[in-house]
Design a protein. Sequence first.
Length: 75
Amino acid sequence: MKQLLQTILEPMLEHPEVLEIEVEETEYDVSLRIRVHEDDVGRVIGRRGRMIKAVRTILSNANHGSSKKVFVDVD
């Protein structure tokens, strides 16, 4: 999951070296916290949140075999 998120995000960032992804997994969900350079926050979120919504959709579909809910947050 972390590798997939990194593969999606790195090409769109101006500062990919700053990208950090924290994964917290519990019995019921998987939380991914993204930290990027302040100049890249808008790129990750996108207009009206479209980009982050698309990323969330991709990760939720990638986790289809599991009953765990996927959460993606941007710091």
